[in-house]
Each structure stands twice: as C-alpha cells, then as structure tokens.
Design a protein around this ligand. Structure first.
Ligand code: SAM
Length: 211
C-alpha cells in the first residue's frame, strides 16, 4: 500500500500543485492539521484532523488504513522533504521508504527567496524547528559572515538572544518573514536586538546576511 505524503505549500491555495489536488481526490483518507486540510475542498468523511499528539495520531490512522486497505494521503506544510513529515514517518518507522510517494510542495524557503529576490543557492539553509542543536551551527555560520535562511524554533526571541549572548553584534540586520502568502503577511527588516520587542507569530522564516 502506497502512502502519499503531500506538500501543501506555504498556506495559500494559489500555491497548491495540481498533483496535490489530484492525489487528494483519489485518496480514501486525508490526514493533516486543520490549517492544511482547510486548503482543500474535500468531503468531511475523508478528513482526519491531527491533534497535538501527531505521532500517536499518525500511527493510529496508518494502522487503520493498512488494515482496511484504504488509500491515504498525509498533508505536510511547505515541502515534506524540508523539516517536514517525511522525516517523522521514517524516524518512527511508521512506513517503509518503498511504500512512500512524496508529492513535493512549495517550501516557505522558496517563498522567502522569491519575495526577497535572492538566489537561494547562495545561502545556507537550516531549521531550528525541533532541532535546537542547530542553534550552534547557526551561530558559527553567522560568525563566519555566511548568508543564512533559517526556520527558527518556536522561540524566535530565545534564538536571537542566544546569538547576541554568544557574541553576534546586536545591531546585525535580520529579515523576518511572517505568515507568508497569507493576507497578514509581513516582511520586517530590523536589527537583531529589535526582534526582542516584536510581537511575532510562530509562522516565521528568517534571513541573515542579505544586503
Ligand atoms: C514544521 S516546519 C515545516 C516547513 C515546511 N516543510 C516548508 O518546507 O516550509 C514549520 C515552520 O515552517 C515555517 N513556515 C511554514 N509556512 C510558513 C509561512 N506561510 N510563513 C512563514 N513561515 C512558514 C515556519 O518557520 C514554521 O514554524
């Protein structure tokens, strides 16, 4: 049984792919966060909304689909292969690699690159999302004047404080890209120290080293 992991892009319907839409149409069960499910017009009885217990929920619904021979599509925001659900499914041995088909989506990283008109091959890309240990790597990159695009952890202010405490100039410039493709999208260009006073949601991508 093939399990589809479907990238749904940054959050606006205009960034969905036809492949994603068609895959969902032909799936018996569609699993995802409320935010991801809302992007599609799908029958209520096909939907399975993930709670905060994502791993427990995924195990349960995959088991159910296998037992009942139902096809299943799991929605992953942005692209599933960047800081997404592909890793979760493989890490917890929920499915074998050969039983997975990934439908790529537009990553928040790509959206940032297009908004700021930068070529992302010139940047180091990393995520602190569920990977606090990458703070150290981020620090090293910035100390070495590298250009970086990163997803902060859920505590952006904590990430920024860490950089300042460890010797990065508090006046260094940072670009905060919030709620990309949503009506309340904001691109804020400021100094690191100013981030500490901002009121920002968790949907954020940051850029350091942009001219
Ligand atoms: C679990 S990661 C998923 C990343 C996703 N796979 C991707 O390719 O963009 C969730 C994080 O991605 C970033 N993100 C996703 N959508 C975003 C959006 N519309 N605007 C800003 N950041 C976004 C935020 O940092 C958010 O906390």
């Amino acid at each position: 049984m093939i399990i589809y992991i479907v990238g749904v892009g940054p959050g606006n319907r205009e960034y969905l792919t036809l492949n994603a839409i068609n895959t969902l149409k032909s799936s018996d069960i569609v699993v995802g966060s409320k935010r991801a499910l809302e992007l599609f017009d799908i029958e209520e009885n096909k939907k399975y909304i993930l709670s905060k217990n994502i791993i427990g929920d995924l195990k349960k619904v995959i088991e159910y689909a296998k037992k009942n021979n139902k096809s299943i599509a799991i929605l992953s925001t942005g692209d599933p292969c960047f800081s997404g659900l592909l890793k979760t499914l493989l890490k917890y041995n929920m499915v074998k690699k050969e039983d997975i088909e990934v439908i790529p989506g537009i990553s928040s990283i790509q959206v940032v690159a297009s908004k700021l008109k930068i070529s992302w091959e010139d940047y180091h890309i990393l995520t602190l999302h569920g990977k606090e240990e990458n703070q150290k790597l981020l620090l090293e990159l910035i100390k070495n004047n590298k250009k970086v695009i990163f997803l902060p952890s859920k505590d952006l202010k904590g990430n920024v404080s860490y950089l300042i405490k460890n010797g990065i100039d508090a006046n260094k410039k940072i670009i905060i890209c919030e709620n990309l493709t949503y009506p309340n999208e904001r691109i804020i260009k400021c100094k690191l120290k100013e981030v500490l006073d901002l009121n920002i949601s968790y949907l954020v991508v940051c850029v350091i080293g942009h001219n």
